[in-house]
Every structure is written in C-alpha cells, then in structure tokens.
Ligand binder design. Structure first.
Ligand code: MOS
Length: 724
C-alpha cells in the first residue's frame, strides 16, 4: 500500500501575520450592512403569530381585527398562505396545515407597512385550538425514548468493544455517576433576519433570480440548497446574500422557519420585498438550541489508574416535528485508551421546539461529563489529574484503530501546567482559603474534530491588476474576510493589496457553512486549488480577464488518519464560604490546532469559546414551563450570559510549532469550537478543589454548594479556626 499523500502545504508569508480585520473600518463606520439594514425599496414588515398550545390543531383563526388595522397588508395562515413545493421537512412547511407541534410555533403571519403595525396586528389575531396532550419534559422513564439511526455527526448511535460490565466489576477504582447539562440557547448579537424579494419567473429578468433572500446565515449556499426545493425554485434562481453576519454559534448553520415565512410572504406580496426579523424572545423558540442531557458515565481503572472501562450512556431530546440528534457521546470514543468501551444515545422526541447546533454541539456537554468523571477518578486513585491523563493516552484512535494525524494533548497539558503554576500531585480539596474565600484550581482536556466539508469551489479572475477571488463563504464575526484574504495571497504568491475577495453571496461558487470549525479549512482548500489552477493555466503574468475555477482535490489522508484538535483548560475559582458565590479569577487554555492563519482572530476564537465555557459553567440555563414546554427565560435578563464583570484574567495560547500536514494547504485546523469544550469541566473541577462539593449538573450555582459548605463552617467554629 502506498503512503497516503496529504495536501501540499503553502509557504506562509501573509498567513501567520496578525493582520487587522479588513472589514473593521466598515464595521466601525456602520456601513457594513447586516441583513435587515440592506436597502429594500418599499419593503413591508412581517410579524409572526405564535401558537399558545403545545400540541393540537388550529380550529379557527379570526383576523378581522388585525386586517382592520390601518397599514396591514396581509394576514397569512394555513388557509391562504402560498403552498410550498416540498413540505416533507416540517420545519420548512409553516402555514401549510393546521397541526401544532410545539408552543410558539408560528400559526399566522401579519405583513404590514411598518414593524409596529405588524406586531400590533399580530397581537389582534384570535386563534382557537383543539388541544391534545403533550409531553414536554426530558425524563429517564419517558415512553418516547428510542435509539436514533444516526447522530448528527453521521456516526452510529451506539458503539461497544470488549466487556464493560466485567471490566467494571473487576476494576480497583470505579466512577459511576450521572451528569446533567441544561437547555441552552444561542444568542448571537444579530438575531436572525431576512429580507425576501420575490421577482417571479416572468419578471423580465431572463434567467435572473426568482427569489432573493438577504439573510443572516452561516452559509448562503446551505440556505439555497435547503430552500430551493421547498419553494419549488431552480437552485441557480434562488439568490442568497449575507456579506456581514453578527454571530451565529451554529444557530444560523441552516435556515429555520423564519426564512421560509419571509419567502412565502414575499411571494404573496410580490414584487414587494418583505422584512422579517426574529425578536430576541422568538430566538428562544424558533432557531434551535442545545438539548439538555442526562449522562450516565462509568469509568473503571486498575490500581495504577489505567482505564479498563469507559462507558457513556446519553439521554437527550429532540422534537416531534423534526429529528435532530446531538452527538454527545462522540468525543468519548476517541479520547482515552481503554480496552472495554461503550457509548449509547437514547432520544425522546418531545412536543417542543427543534434543537439544533450550538457551539460544539455534543462535544461540549459530552466532554463536560467525561472530564469531570476523570477528575473524580483522579481523586479515587490518589493521582494528579494530569498524571491520570498521561497514563491513559492512547497510541492510536481507540475507536477506529487509525493513527492520529498528530495528538499533542499531553504537550498542551504540560505547557499549561507550567504557565498556570499547577501544583503537581493529588488534589487536596478545601486546602486553600483566603479570608472568607475558598480557593481551588482545576484542569480538563479538550478535543474537537478537524473537519473539512465537501462541495467547495472557488474562482480566481485577474481584473484591473488584481486577483478577484470568489467563494460563497461566510464571515459571522470570526474574521474570515481577513484570514481568507491572507490564504488567497499566499496561494497566489502575491501581497494582500492584490486580492479582491468576494464571499457571502450565491453568485460566487458553492461553499460549505461556517460550522463545525470547518470554514477556513474547507474554503481554503478550494481557494488554493483555484489559485494553483490559475497559475498553471495563466502563469505569473496573466492577461486581463484570465480566470480559473477549481473544486477540492481528493485527500486520502482524511480516511487514513484520526484528525483532531486538542487542548488543555486550567481554571482558578474562588468560592465564598458563606454565600457560595463563585468567581473565576483566572482561566488558561492551551491549544493544538495546527498553524495560526491569523493569530489575532485565532486568539479571539479561543477567548470567545472560553468565555462561552465560563458562561455555561456558571450561568446559562434555559428554563422550560413544565406544562407547555416553551422557554420562560426568553430574554437576556433572565437567561444570563457571562458579561465583562464575570471575565477576569483570560489567557489563550497555542503550540506555535504546530503544522497540520493532513487536512489542508494552510497547515491549520479549525478553532471556533474547541475553546468551549472542556472549559466548563475545568471550572467545575476547580469548584470541587475549593469546596469539596462535587457538582454534576450545570450550571454550578451557589444553591448547589450551600449544603456542602455549611458543615465546613461548623467545623471551623469547633476548631476555632474561622479566618478573620
Ligand atoms: Mo458550529 S455549532 O458547528 O456552527
């Protein structure tokens, strides 16, 4: 068998430099338009009417009062809305029938001259329902639990090797605990929003667009390929535009019902454009969220702390209207060596809104459970938690037997221990106190798969002495306008000033979404291929108008190697001995992600991920009404995300001699998600070190610590040791 050959690496000249955001000036000046800020002459405004029952049928809709309001242009419901061409995906078939699948599902849409009128009219639409019994809570004894065919990463629901039960029975040290993570909602700064314009087949545009969607999305071509069949439009005639996007965190990785509603309203009012903005409250119902999980984690180890068994059984939920199965157990399959292994997923499709991607879907909650369980095992074995991980480092991928491309987890842990000032040896909880504050430190590993998505293509054209490079990529705030320009410059061997990049528009060749930490990898592969094709065809002195287009070359390495990024998180916490208040004065993340294409934007991704990990550890929790299944914490006052005052000394570094030789020509791997993986576990482990209280359900809030803190205060009193 011949050796697999990976990509030919580019020489980094522009790559590796901390180039400032090329779109920064436009953003600061306010002239980089987000979706609804685009010009749309005479646009009407739409507002959704949401169901008030969790399950049942719409019996009647009375829109008389709404229609009577001056400025109302149309009220659409299932009796009069334009039909979709393909309603198989129920998320994309709103107003097509009278079925109600969850509370807050759109059951009508008001279109008006202004957003104020539309919203007032929406409140006047009177809907009556025939309600049916609903199940809205995730329970271990739910009759709806089933084994899904596949997880959302395409892998099997269940895996097993060896005999886990026998290994656990024979183990010297066992961890057998249940961990839980809550519902969480993505909240990018820019809520989802669309301007839809229905030009029609006969708008005198020849083969021009039938429909234009200016949309806040992580992938214009994903919107096109998902919705063209739904709307019965040839894909080439569905135009999607998204040059600037105010964050996504996965929720904009696919279109949701709001985009379809905008398109249907535009069709009804054609050729008038229609704006539909999702309100912050509606963000908690319509655009995805992270499922809650209940995870039974079991570890068995011998007297030396070598793992003999790893068992991870996951319960989570999906929606009755549409299945989405989070890959919570996936990272467990390749993290540590152990001969006996098992992962399972059981899912209940409840009468609730549809879960979807939220930064590191699966890896974040799964690695929370795994890395807290490892900390518990370290205590039971009397080992330093880093040493426990050293003893369980696998030689090859434990699941597939494939060699790792390169696995530098231990280097991340060691580099981090040195920089953080980690005290080696077994942990001794409750050993440090500063006044009224109990102080602790914690560590956890991190991993995220190195993804490159198929189906990317790029074009390079020489125009006016510059290279115009086009690909339907997205910049959702990560900096891809800048980093892709750097990649393109090196691929063509020219300076940044000679590149004119075009992204965020379906007029450019097809691109995969900014998701799965795969954007820069996937797009960079296509851009480099196009640049190489251009040089082969046109040389170094191209004539005006010379052009080349290329897709992604085959990369056999993707089948031959287990390619992942790794990281180590360290956290210091202070817990108030009386109140249980938790502060996190310090976090450090050390990552192995291949080459830094742009160190400034790379660091921002790590810091953002770590802040989101801090936020998940201490604050984020969506609370459902147990009767109706809708989320009651539906604003940023009651759904708390980490704010400036919560973030103190935050430090992110990476192994700067890292070069990924198997994935892409840049030598990089993705970095958008690894910062949130493992960081919540590091904080929870530090809280245990500080207090001796082991919390196994996120978020860690003061009320979960108080019962455990009280005996400590009493002991202080007895010993006369209450620190001043
Ligand atoms: Mo990310 S949650 O894969 O967009």
């Amino acid at each position: 068998m011949s050796e697999p050959t990976g990509p030919t690496l580019l020489d980094p000249v522009q790559m590796g430099r901390p180039v400032g955001r090329l779109d920064g000036r436009r953003k600061v000046l306010g002239v980089a338009p987000y979706a609804v800020e685009h010009e749309a002459e005479g646009a009407a405004q739409a507002a959704m009417v949401a169901s008030t029952v969790p399950r049942g049928r719409v019996r009647s809709i009375d829109a008389t009062a709404a229609r009577a309001l001056p400025g109302v242009l149309a009220v659409l419901d299932h009796t009069n809305a334009p039909r979709v061409a393909d309603g198989e995906d129920r998320e994309f078939a709103p107003l097509q029938d009278d079925t109600v699948w969850f509370r807050r599902q759109p059951v009508a849409l008001v279109v008006a001259e202004s957003s104020e009128v539309a919203r007032e009219a929406a409140a006047l639409v009177a809907v009556e329902y025939d309600e049916e019994p609903a199940e809205v809570g995730l329970r271990p004894d739910s009759p709806r639990l089933y084994t899904p065919e596949k997880l959302s990463d395409g892998s099997e629901s269940d895996t097993s090797a060896g005999d886990v039960e026998a290994a656990l029975a024979a183990a010297t040290h066992v961890v057998d605990e249940t961990y839980a993570t809550p519902y969480e909602h993505n909240n990018p700064m820019e809520p989802h929003a669309t301007i839809a314009t229905w030009h029609g087949e006969d708008a005198g545009l020849g083969d021009g667009p039938v429909l234009t969607l200016v949309d806040s999305t992580q992938g214009v071509h994903a919107v096109r390929s998902s919705l063209a069949p739904v709307l019965g439009i040839e894909p080439e005639r569905l135009e999607v535009v998204a040059p600037y996007v105010g964050g996504g965190f996965g929720s904009k990785g696919a279109p949701h019902v709001n985009v379809v509603l905008a398109a249907l309203a535009a069709k009804a009012l054609a050729p008038r454009p229609v704006r539909l903005t999702v309100t912050r409250q509606q963000m908690f119902a319509l655009v995805g969220y992270r499922t809650a999980t209940i995870q039974h984690f079991r570890l068995g180890a011998d007297a030396d702390g070598r793992l003999t068994a790893i068992s991870h059984d996951v319960l989570e939920q999906s929606a009755a209207i549409k299945e989405f199965v989070e890959q919570t157990g996936s990272p467990t399959r390749s993290m540590y060596a152990a001969p006996n292994r098992r992962t399972t997923h059981r899912v209940a499709r409840l009468d609730v809104a549809i879960p979807f991607w939220m930064r590191a879907p699966g890896e974040m909650p799964g690695m929370f459970a795994h890395e807290v369980a490892m900390d518990e095992l370290a205590h039971r074995c009397g080992l330093d938690p880093i040493e426990l991980r050293v003893r369980n480092e696998p030689d090859v991928d434990p699941e597939t037997g494939h060699p790792f491309g390169r696995r530098r987890l231990l280097e991340c842990l060691r580099r981090g221990a040195e920089r953080f000032g980690w005290e080696e040896g077994p942990r001794a909880p409750l050993s440090r106190r500063e006044g009224d504050w109990l102080v602790g430190t914690g560590v956890a590993s991190s991993t995220y798969p190195a993804n490159a998505m198929p189906g990317n293509e790029a074009t390079v054209t020489f125009e006016h002495g510059c290279y115009a490079v086009g690909i339907g990529a997205a910049d959702i705030g990560t900096g891809s306008w800048t980093s892709l320009t750097q990649v393109t410059a090196d691929a063509l061997g020219v300076g940044l000033e000679q590149i004119r990049l075009g992204i965020g528009d379906t007029r450019y060749p097809s691109a995969s979404v900014a998701g799965g930490s795969s954007g820069l990898s996937s797009w960079g592969i296509a851009i480099t291929a196009a640049a190489r094709a251009f040089r082969e065809q046109h040389g170094d002195r191209p004539s005006e108008g010379a052009s080349a287009t290329a897709g992604m070359p085959d990369n056999p390495d993707l089948q031959e190697y287990a390619l992942n990024s790794y990281g180590a998180h360290f956290a210091k916490v202070r817990v108030h001995a009386d109140t249980g208040q938790i502060r996190v004065p310090r976090m450090l993340g050390v990552f192995s992600v291949g080459r830094a294409v742009n160190p400034t934007t790379l660091r921002s991704q790590f810091l953002g991920g770590m802040v989101m990990g801090l936020s998940a550890a201490l604050f984020e929790e969506s609370v459902r009404d147990p009767r109706f299944g809708h989320v009651v914490t539906q604003d940023l006052a009651s759904y708390h995300v980490a704010a400036n005052a919560d973030v103190a000394d935050l430090d992110a570094i990476w192994l700067d001699d890292d070069v990924e030789t198997h994935l892409n020509p840049m030598g990089s791997r993705g970095a958008g998600e690894i910062g949130i993986v493992g960081s919540p576990a590091a904080i929870v482990n530090a809280v245990f070190d500080a207090t001796g209280v082991r919390v196994r359900d996120l978020p860690v809030t003061a009320d979960k610590l108080l019962a455990g803190l009280l005996p400590q205060r009493e002991r202080d009193h007895v010993l006369g040791d209450a620190s001043a």
